[in-house]
Design a protein around this ligand. Structure first.
Ligand SMILES: *[C@@H]1O[C@H](CO)[C@@H](O)[C@H](O)[C@H]1NC(C)=O
Ligand SMILES: *[C@@H]1O[C@H](CO)[C@@H](O)[C@H](O)[C@H]1NC(C)=O
Ligand SMILES: *[C@@H]1O[C@H](CO)[C@@H](O)[C@H](O)[C@H]1NC(C)=O
Ligand SMILES: *[C@@H]1O[C@H](CO)[C@@H](O)[C@H](O)[C@H]1NC(C)=O
Ligand SMILES: *[C@@H]1O[C@H](CO)[C@@H](O)[C@H](O)[C@H]1NC(C)=O
Length: 356
């Protein structure tokens, strides 16, 4: 792993063990992303991250990253908004990683042992609340995005969305979650990393479970990934590719969401201009089918600030993955005193805070 400026790390996270755990956390997310693009046990069409190639560009610490046109085209900023590979006719997973090798690395990550320093942890939380403030800004709400706001997109920075009455009414009044509301949270990706892990029960026992990108939770996988889902993110490119942008039949998409029963659906509607219409249509679909599932949109400023935060710590990635964004939010929304519980079951059963 490459960290640009070690002294910056020390300022924010004086305690080395705490730093280490976040390095591990980040590595795990990266690992997930690699698997996402490599061999997978879910349908290929479900694989794409919403950030059009939701993987880490120059991440060379753990594995070899092969040529990805969306990544390689480098500094041209338009490449950031390019559709995933399948839009370009390919559709093949681009990154191929030896699974056995990944598994070994993953195991070594699991060895990561540490003790929580509560004062350090609280300090870290207050740093996060100053930079990012998930309890107020994770989603667009009527409070943080009043009627008439000219909302800036995260990546199409010249693009602006005028918040009109119609979309304003779709927003929740305020953030539905507050600081340290949940004791134990889980952020579960949709890579194959949990295969045969038997983590299902542990994930189900969490108070709050985030899942990335419509992962399968059918009976076949229950033992490994559990079923409990409180928030599920959806990648608009999946809606575009598999569900015809919801311009045709909507029931197939509705059925997919129904699998997650009471889960709220979270979309990056204001990530780039292409995402907006399809994301808003998800709300219409759920309303039409009289679903009780809530629809939320990431606040673009939150995404910007979280990315900026991690980049300032020297994380060398072109984009911050959805998994890392959710994990960052979980750090604020979950338990104040993590020493008393496991507070993040992070993608695997391996990495956990607390309980030592
Ligand atoms: C990634 O590496 C390539 C070649 O080493 C370089 O041209 C490019 O600017 C790098 N991108 C980032 C985001 O660091
Ligand atoms: C990465 O690629 C280089 C050259 O292609 C190879 O020598 C090296 O062993 C690879 N590393 C891993 C971890 O696969
Ligand atoms: C926790 O971190 C603080 C501040 O860095 C330090 O003064 C304290 O000794 C640490 N406590 C333990 C138990 O390591
Ligand atoms: C994001 O960062 C900017 C600049 O550091 C700050 O003014 C703003 O309040 C932050 N936004 C949130 C949602 O915390
Ligand atoms: C969904 O909510 C209903 C009523 O609150 C509850 O009975 C049911 O168990 C929930 N389903 C899941 C999967 O949590």
């Amino acid at each position: 792993m490459r960290y640009a400026d070690p002294s910056a790390n020390r300022d924010l996270l004086g305690n080395r063990t705490l730093l280490f755990i976040f390095i591990c956390a980040f590595a795990l997310v990266t690992l997930l992303q690699q698997i996402l693009y490599g061999r997978n046990y879910i349908k290929r069409s479900l694989q794409f991250g919403w950030q059009s190639g939701d993987q880490l560009a120059n991440w060379t610490g753990l594995f070899n990253v092969t040529d990805d046109p969306a990544v390689q085209s480098g500094s041209d900023s338009s490449s950031r908004y390019r559709p995933p590979a399948s839009d370009q006719g390919g559709g093949k997973p681009i990154l191929r990683v030896k699974q056995s090798e990944l598994f070994d690395r993953w195991k070594s990550l699991q060895m990561c042992r540490w003790a929580m320093n509560i004062s350090e942890a609280n300090q870290f939380k207050s740093t996060l609340s100053r930079c990012c403030n998930a309890p107020s800004f994770l989603f667009t709400t009527q409070k943080n995005t009043p009627l008439g706001t000219k909302l800036k997109y995260e990546v199409d920075t010249s693009g602006i969305y005028h918040i009109n009455q119609e979309i304003f009414r779709m927003f929740p009044k305020d953030m539905p979650y507050y600081r340290s509301q949940f004791k134990k949270c889980a952020v579960v990706g949709n890579g194959g990393i949990l295969k045969n892990s038997r983590c299902g029960r542990e994930i189900n026992s969490a108070d709050f479970v985030f899942r990335c990108n419509l992962p399968p939770i059918s009976e076949k996988y229950t033992m490994d990934v559990g079923v409990k889902t409180d928030v599920v993110t959806v990648n608009p490119s999946i809606i575009t590719e598999r569900f015809h942008k919801l311009e045709k039949w909507r029931r197939p998409f509705y059925r997919v969401l129904q699998v997650y029963e009471n889960a709220s659906v979270l979309l990056p509607a204001f990530y780039n201009t292409r995402n907006t219409d399809v994301s808003i249509r998800v709300k219409y679909v759920l309303d039409d089918f009289e679903s009780t599932q809530a629809v939320y949109y990431f606040h673009p400023q939150y995404l910007v600030n979280v990315s900026r935060y991690w980049l300032s710590l020297g994380v060398r990635a072109k984009r911050i993955s959805t998994g890392l964004i959710l994990a960052t939010a979980a750090l604020e929304l979950c338990e104040e005193n993590p020493a008393e519980s496991c507070y993040i079951v992070f993608l695997t059963c391996g990495l956990r805070a607390g309980k030592h």
